[in-house]
Design a protein around this ligand. Structure first.
Ligand code: SF4
Length: 265
């Protein structure tokens, strides 16, 4: 069943195979709403796509939601892999990054390399305060004392604002990354951001991602070659040692394992 919009369900049931202009006209700017019918339809689609390839899932996302489809990337290998797929499926898909002000220079340079290779200009979404102002307001860097608050202010709040006006977002999470992510559906309703959430790589492994990157010459962050399997903001990311979990270098020394973008609470 194609996606449905609670406002005009009869119209939207027919949308999936329509040309772009027709789909845009039918959806307008009305936000989707998680009615029981919508949730049921998403669960059905997710089950059907459980054995689909990431390309097929990205194609499904484009067919059903473009141009109301967006994608968030931190320029990790997974995000770069999805951008590589989008470049051949629908390069006009909107892609954005949560630019906290604390990203590595290698990460920011990767944005330019992606733009050069694919012509996809990732939009940088910034918080309403600069790092200098934010740290002055809090008497110093909050990532040292309260990283949850820092992530809430500089990532989650920014994504909530960035989510307005879209119907669906794609992310590069994989189920094998953490216990939290192990439950991620391929397609689901993201109640935190009021969007359909699509995870084309949910069933892929780290090995699958790197096979694609290597074989198809996908640009990636050079820090991965220096012992950083997972890269976020520089103050909260360290290289990991042999045998450590791939996310062990994130918020090292804190119980925190997620920035809050991919958790339901
Ligand atoms: Fe702040 Fe660290 Fe979260 Fe970045 S990852 S927003 S620096 S707490």
């Amino acid at each position: 069943m194609p996606l449905v919009n609670s406002v005009e369900p009869a119209v939207n049931l027919l949308l999936a195979n329509r040309p772009l202009a027709s789909r845009v006209a039918a959806f307008g700017d009305q936000p989707l709403s998680p009615t029981p019918e919508v949730l049921e339809a998403l669960a059905e689609e997710s089950a059907k796509l459980e054995n689909a390839t990431p390309w097929e899932i990205v194609q499904w996302a484009v067919d059903n939601y473009f141009p109301k489809l967006t994608m968030a990337t931190a320029f990790g290998p997974e995000g770069c892999a999805i951008i590589h797929m989008l470049a051949s499926i629908e390069p006009r898909t909107h892609v954005f990054n949560l630019d906290t002000g604390y990203q590595f220079k290698e990460t920011l340079e990767l944005r330019d390399r992606i733009a050069e290779k694919y012509g996809i200009e990732v939009e940088m979404k910034q918080p309403d305060t600069t790092v200098e102002v934010y740290e002055a307001l809090h008497g110093g860097p909050l990532y040292k004392t309260n990283p949850d608050q820092c992530c809430a202010d500089r990532k989650v709040k920014v994504l909530k604002e960035a989510a307005v006006g879209w119907h669906a977002w794609m992310s590069g999470i994989r189920r094998d990354q953490s216990p939290d992510r192990a439950k991620a559906p391929i397609i689901g309703w993201d109640k935190k951001f009021n969007l359909v959430k699509i995870s084309p790589l949910a069933n892929w492994t780290k090995k699958d991602i790197w096979k694609l990157i290597t074989e198809e010459n996908v640009p990636y962050n050079p820090l991965h070659d220096q012992g950083y399997p997972s890269i976020g903001c520089w103050p909260c990311t360290r290289a990991v040692m042999f045998g450590e979990d791939e996310r062990a270098g994130r918020w090292s020394g804190f119980k925190k394992t997620e920035c809050g973008l991919h958790t339901s609470e």
